[in-house]
Design a protein around this ligand. Sequence first.
Ligand code: SF4
Length: 561
Amino acid sequence: MEREVLEFDVQFVGAGPAGLAGAIHLANLAAKQRETAAAAGATPLPELNIAVLEKSAEVGAHGISGAVMDPRALRELLPDYASQGCPIESEVTGDDVYILFERSAFRLPLVPPALQNHGNAVVSLGDLTRWLAKQAEDRGVLIATETPAQTPLLDGERVLGVRSGDKGVDKHGQRKPAFQPGADCLAKVTVLCEGPRGTLGKQLEERLGLTRDREPQVYATGVKELWEVPAGKAQKGRVLHTMNWPLPASTFGGGFIYGLSDSLWYVGFVTGLDARDPTSDPHGNLQRFKTHPLVSALLEGGKPLSYGAKAIPEGGWYAIPRLYADGLLLAGDTAGFLNGGRLKGIHLAIKSGMLAAEQVFDCLLANDFSAAKLAGYEKRVAESWAGAELKGMRNFHQAFDGGLWAALPRTGFQMIMGGLDPLGDHLKGHAGHERMAKLRDVHPGGKPAPLKADGKLTFDKLADVYLSGTLHEEDQPVHLLVADTSVCATKCREEYGNPCQHFCPASVYEMVPDPAKEGALKLQINASNCVHCKTCDIADPYQIITWVTPEGGGGPNYKRL
Ligand code: SF4
C-alpha cells in the first residue's frame, strides 16, 4: 500500500492548549530569530514547517475542561490575548468551598489559598483552543484535523514521526471503496500533547521506558454539563467547589459549579479512578450531586445544553514521566502537567507547550534532535514557575490515600510547608486500578440500586451522550480493544461485577444475554457512544482494554465545554 509521506520540521500531536501553545511559541521564536539575524547579518533560520495533528473534525470539538483558567501562561504566550478577542467567559467574581453532607452543606469560612481564584477566568476549553488554532494558523502553522495519530514510527529508539489512521475500513477490517490509507507524518521532533492516557504516549512509555523510576500516574474522571437557567438564576464569574457527598470519604473527588453568565452554569463532578468501589460511577456521581439542595436550587427551571467527560491526570510531580527521547518530547496532560490541589491544568499545559517549543528551537539552531539535546526540556520545566508550582503540590494526591478527613489536615500542612507531607517528602503513588476492591468486599449484599433519572434534573447516560454530540462512522472496526472478552463473562463478572458498565460515562459497555449459552452474559461494546474520555483504558482492573483512535473526525462534538 502506498502511503503519503508528509515531512515537517516539528509536529505537535493534539490541538489542545499544550500543542497549540507550543506551535504558536515556536513560530514566534523563529520569526524573531529571522528578524534579529537579518539585522545582525547572521544566518536566519529557514521558514519552519510546523504542524499540529488533531483527530477531531474541528479544533475544539473534543476539548473539555472545568474550566477556571489561571491566565499566567496565556499572558506569556500572547500578552495581548484579551484585546485580540480571546474567548473568556467571565473573570472570577467570587469563590466558595463547601463540604457537602446528604441534606446539608457547610461553607468553609475561608477559601484555602490553593482554591482562591481571584484573577482567574471561567473559560470554555473548546472555544479557547478554537481561538488558539486561529492564532497558530495566522503564524503559518498547519492544523491537520481528522488526522488521528495512531502509531509511532521509530528507528530503534529514535522517534521519526507518527502514522495516522486509515479511513474507509469496514467493521470487519476490509477496505471500503472510499478507502484512504493514513499518512506517515515525519518530523525532526514530535511533541506529544494528545491528552491524558494518549494512544502514542502509552505505546512509547512502554517501548522507551519513559515511566521507569517514576511513580505511576493516577487519574480521576471529570464529567460536566452546561446548564441554561432562567435569566438571573446564574451568577457570572461565581465559582463553587465541593467535597465529600455524594462520594464516600474514602474516594477522591468533588463537585464544581462555575457561572458563565447570568443564565449559564457549568456543573461538573470529578471522581477518583483509584476508588475501592467497583460500582463507582463518575456520571452517576454528577447526577446525584445535582440532587443536593445547594445545587438543585441553582439549576431550578433550567435544562442541560451540553455534556462531556474526560480523564484527568492527578498523580503530580513524581508521576511525570521522562519527558524526552530521540526526536520526542511530551507536554500537557499526556505528561501529567496538572495541579490537582488547584484543580487546574490549562495554564500548565500552555506553559509546558511553550517550554517544549523553546527546547525545540534550541535544537533547530544546533541541528541536533538527540535525546541528549532534548533533555534540556526537563531542566527548563524544573527551573520554571510551572515546575515550582508542581513541586509545591508534589504529595497532594497521595495525602488522600487515607480518605478525605485525613487529607484535609495533611494537605493544609503541605501548603504551609511547600509540599512536604507530615509522612515524608516523596510519598509513593499507586495505579488506581490496583486499589479496586472485589465487589463482595464493598457490597456484600449486592450492587446498590442506581439513581433513577427524572429527565429534568438528572439524566441517564444515553440522554447525556446525545448532548455530547458524539458521532462515529458506524461501519468501522471497534476502537475499544478488549484483549480477552471471556474474562468479562467469567472472572470479571464474578470478582468485580463488570465495573466497565459503571465507570464508562457513555454507556459503551453493556453485559447482555449470551444467546450461545443459557444464563450467561457477554460483553457488548456500543463504540459509537464513546466520548473519548479514556476512563476504560485506565480503570479496567485487568488492564485488558485498549482505547485506539477511531476513524478521523469521529467522536464528540462538544459545544462550549
Ligand atoms: Fe470513555 Fe472508554 Fe467509555 Fe469511551 S468507552 S466513553 S473512552 S470509558
